[in-house]
Design a binder for this molecule. Structure first.
Ligand SMILES: [Zn+2]
Length: 339
């Protein structure tokens, strides 16, 4: 993958406002592909028991967002589209090549979700986008950072980085990791982030019977509700694997991604930041995994560079004006550019 001029092609491309509802038109949306084995390393996340030291994520220095005026980066680089290395086939997406089946230490979910102060009926005050005055993504440049497979040991650090930029993100959490790190989930919600459901144990849902799919989702919902008092509104199936039956059983918006950092493969903070930043357009959904320390270390660079270009960091729901479509993602970048 060419890693030339990362800050890039925006120069050649004028800013186009995102129309959350319409920009993801069916032609693009249905041209499914699936990027790489994105969530492949899901399960390893929570295995290192000790929860992150409390990231209070609050008092960080406010960094003003760059004015969201359309401001293409001055960088020239007409570099070729960043092939995500994904074959553009239109079939049900599935990434068989799950690398690194890592032995998860936490084979069985520790039922010992430590009763943080909020064991039941937590007094979390989820700040709704409306209440917080979320940006109008039809008028300003928005991007949604999404973090899968956590929470894990590094999530607290990530929350601090996000707070420094007043960035909101969406966390597609694995239920059994929520049970291990309920405090992290509570802090996410308190900071205005969105929680999505990424199943309980990260299976390929296309291989499960209907009842098992429901259990995977319901158990995760309950863990999130117990930890943070909210119910995930959207689902991201592990590996991006879904088909019509899975989507029907999910019964909620299925949110994939349009920029794959492949951070599970590139355990290098510079590479992750470069891949995240170089190809971003307004309206993109970027995929990360907060279980990798290299990813968390890359995030300050990502936030810095994208905010310098005028991007606002919003949750998935905010990106879609409060109402994500039933299936949200884009086909390969090449298709998008061509179309
Ligand atoms: Zn995953």
């Amino acid at each position: 993958m060419g890693v030339t001029g990362e800050s890039t092609k925006n120069a050649a491309r004028p800013y186009r406002p995102v129309r959350a509802g319409t920009r993801w038109n069916p032609a693009r949306v249905l041209a499914v592909t699936v990027l790489t084995a994105a969530c492949a390393t899901g399960q390893g996340a929570g295995s290192a028991g000790s929860g992150p030291p409390g990231g209070t994520g609050s008092l960080a220095a406010p960094v003003a967002h760059a004015a969201p005026a359309a401001r293409p980066s001055p960088s020239p680089s007409p570099s070729p589209p960043p092939g995500t290395g994904s074959p553009a086939s239109g079939a049900p997406s599935r990434q068989a090549s799950a690398p690194s089946a890592q032995p998860t230490a936490s084979a069985q979910a520790p039922a010992s979700a430590q009763p943080t102060a909020s064991a039941q009926a937590p007094t979390v005050r989820p700040r709704t986008p409306a209440a917080q005055g979320s940006p109008d993504c039809r008028r300003v440049m928005c991007v949604a950072l999404t973090f899968d497979d956590g929470p894990g040991r590094h999530t607290g650090t990530l929350l601090r980085h996000l707070a420094e930029y007043r960035a909101r993100a969406t966390f597609y959490v694995v239920g059994r990791n929520v049970a291990e790190h309920p405090g992290a989930v509570r802090r996410m919600v308190e900071a205005g982030h969105e929680i999505g459901n990424h199943t309980w144990s990260h299976p390929d849902l296309t291989r499960l019977p209907a009842a098992a799919i429901r259990t995977q989702l319901a158990r995760t919902d309950r863990a999130v509700e117990k930890a943070a008092g909210v119910t995930p509104a959207t689902v991201r199936p592990p590996y991006g694997a879904h088909d019509a039956a899975v989507r029907r059983r999910i019964g909620r918006p299925v949110v994939l991604w349009s920029v794959d950092t492949e951070d599970w493969r590139h355990r290098d903070r510079s590479a992750v930041a470069r891949r995240a930043v170089r190809a971003v357009d307004p309206g993109d959904v970027i995929l990360f995994h907060d279980i990798h320390p290299t990813t968390v270390k890359a995030i300050p660079q990502v936030l810095k560079r994208l905010s310098a270009r005028g991007y606002r960091f919003v949750t998935v729901t905010e990106l879609f004006g409060g109402k994500p479509p039933r299936l949200a993602y884009r086909g390969p970048r090449r298709d998008r550019r061509a179309g």
